[in-house]
Design a protein around this ligand. Structure first.
Ligand SMILES: C[S@@+](CC[C@H](N)C(=O)[O-])C[C@H]1O[C@@H](n2cnc3c(N)ncnc32)[C@H](O)[C@@H]1O
Length: 250
């Protein structure tokens, strides 16, 4: 999937707050060996050194565009490399992942695999968007099923792999996680109008569709825009965004 760091950064403040909320769940200990799964532009990853004394941090990502941006945040404590969260290697004291694991399928298999890579007393902290049933995402799915998009997409519609908080709680209970914390939080964003929502979605949720649509991209975005305009005429526009947090220790 082709990421555009500039587009993604357009809502930097709104996208950064959940990361800081996630960091607040970390039990700080000195000299932690840390990995950030799906580290993106690396800017948030690099802030971990200021809250975790003596830590060494590796950020992994599968996007060349994101890794190129992250390079400026490398230093003696922080480095970035190409790598998939689906094939994690090594043992870690802290595994953190902010807004990335929703791009990988089958969490019932993947999350236990990730948990195995924690050292004894290690901690896993995860934040993933859980707003896939919002009216904005429903419109994307509806438009993707209309022609000519459906044929070009070969019937593809993105289904979210994100489980419920009850399912994650059960999953980590059976992994014998300690100090388990699982909750959802709604961020009450207010955007100027539907055009801003489209900008937001273009940096993330629309990407798998745009990658597959070729010259139909613009027409697809315009169809979503017009559908959203009809159902959301308010200005400014309330854009509540639900996110799911997990903290589990070994
Ligand atoms: C929404 S961005 C979040 C970036 C960063 N964690 C942040 O909070 O700013 C999601 C990132 O996950 C990365 N990603 C998606 N699938 C991945 C995978 N299988 N392994 C590693 N990174 C992945 C994308 O390339 C992208 O950089």
């Amino acid at each position: 999937m082709t990421w555009n760091p500039e587009l993604y950064n357009q809502f930097k403040a709104e996208r950064s707050q959940p990361f800081y909320d996630l960091v607040n769940l970390i039990e700080p200990r000195p000299n932690l060996k840390v990995i950030d799964l799906g580290s993106g532009t690396g800017e948030l990853t690099s802030t971990l050194v200021s809250v975790l004394p003596g830590c060494s941090v590796l950020g992994i990502d599968t996007s060349k565009e994101m890794l190129a941006k992250a390079e400026i945040f490398s230093n003696s404590q922080v480095r970035f490399e190409f790598g998939s969260q689906e094939n994690l290697a090594g043992q870690w004291d802290l595994i953190i992942s902010n807004a990335a694991l929703q791009w990988s399928d089958n969490h019932s298999n993947l999350f236990p695999k990730i948990f195995e890579h924690l050292n004894e007393n290690g901690q896993l902290v995860i934040q993933i968007p859980s707003n896939h049933n919002s009216r904005f995402h429903q419109v994307i799915r509806e438009v993707s099923q209309l022609e000519p998009f459906s044929t070009r997409l070969g019937g593809y519609t993105r289904t979210s792999p994100v489980l419920t908080i009850e399912e994650y709680t059960d999953l980590f209970y059976h992994l014998k996680a300690r100090d388990l914390l699982v909750f959802e939080k709604i961020y009450p964003h207010v955007l100027s109008d539907v055009d801003q929502v489209i900008q937001w979605l273009s940096g993330t949720a629309l990407l798998p569709y745009l990658d597959r649509l070729g010259e139909l991209k613009q027409e697809f975005v315009e169809s979503i825009r017009s559908s959203l305009h009809q159902s959301n005429p308010e200005k400014p526009l309330f854009y509540p965004f639900k996110r799911l947090f997990i903290s589990a220790k070994k």
